[in-house]
Design a protein around this ligand. Structure first.
Ligand code: BTN
Length: 260
């Protein structure tokens, strides 16, 4: 099991990761983090586990990860900014993950709207942003991150869509060093979002984004259609142009390259 001291030793953040809850196995780090009282989980608290028995993904999907190989954690935040910036936290998270992956492994990765990180077109990381009022009027935000680090195999179904840092680099990656770097980068990105206009973060995200100008398949509830990805808007929605030439924004859902 990852020990708290392994994370806090040599951690270079000001606040993030100073309070840590670690588990061998838990239902979901997001569920646990949401249930914590605000006074036991200060800003920047992380909840990390080796295994989740009910890991959750976006769009009511499951997040399945073999025990002890990957990074499964959530960070608790009490943002000092409004909802429009809160919805951009997953963009801050994916940039933090992209930059940390590059520093620790040398691998270059890209961001796929809304909050996936891909290497060579395969997903290595996903994020789930949730909020809870808990016991206080102060809104608690939980950003859950699932990053495939040292997973060596994926199911038949996922093999062509998902990968891990070990598979892509051919090296076993030190999960603690990687986590510490992610926390550092995330703290910087959080400050960027807090102190500067949202466009600054979004411009950085655009530079790492994968789909702009490309034909994509949009999956919205049960419906899917093709369109061209144009840009990301200030509220985090995806601007697309439909095949009949109309521009519209997608707020939730999933997108993939239409032709691989
Ligand atoms: C997605 O891509 O659908 C989001 C996946 C988010 C998974 C992480 S793993 C840690 C945290 N706890 C959860 O139950 N989910 C998130």
């Amino acid at each position: 099991m990852i020990e708290k001291s392994q994370i806090t030793n040599l951690l270079k953040t000001k606040i993030f990761g100073h309070t840590v809850f670690t588990f061998e196995s838990i239902t979901s780090t997001n569920t646990f983090a949401k249930q914590l009282q605000n006074n036991e989980a200060p800003h920047g608290t992380i909840v990390i586990t080796e295994e989740q028995t009910a890991g959750r993904g976006r769009l009511q999907r499951n997040w399945v990860s073999p025990a002890g190989q990957n990074l499964l954690f959530s960070i608790v935040l009490y943002p000092d900014f409004g909802m429009e910036k809160i919805s951009l936290l997953p963009f801050a998270g994916s940039l933090a993950v992209v930059d940390a992956i590059e520093t620790i492994t040398g691998l270059s990765s890209t961001c796929k709207w809304p909050n996936d990180v891909l290497i060579n077109g395969k997903k290595v990381c996903g994020m789930l942003l949730e909020s809870s009022l808990g016991n206080s009027i102060q809104e608690k935000i939980v950003l859950g991150i699932g990053l495939n680090v040292n997973q060596e195999e994926f199911s038949e179904e996922l093999r062509f869509k998902a990968s891990s840092l070990q598979i892509e680099s051919g090296m076993v990656i030190n999960r603690i060093t990687l986590l510490q770097k992610i926390l550092e980068e995330l703290e910087n990105r959080y400050e960027q979002l807090s102190y500067f206009p949202a466009q600054r973060l979004l411009n950085d995200w655009r530079m790492k984004a994968l789909l702009f100008g490309k034909k994509i398949t949009v999956l919205e509830s049960e419906f899917s259609f093709t369109a061209t990805a144009i840009d990301v808007a200030e509220d985090g929605s995806l601007i697309i142009e439909t095949d009949d030439g109309r521009k519209r924004n997608i707020f939730a859902g999933d997108v993939s390259l239409a032709y691989n």
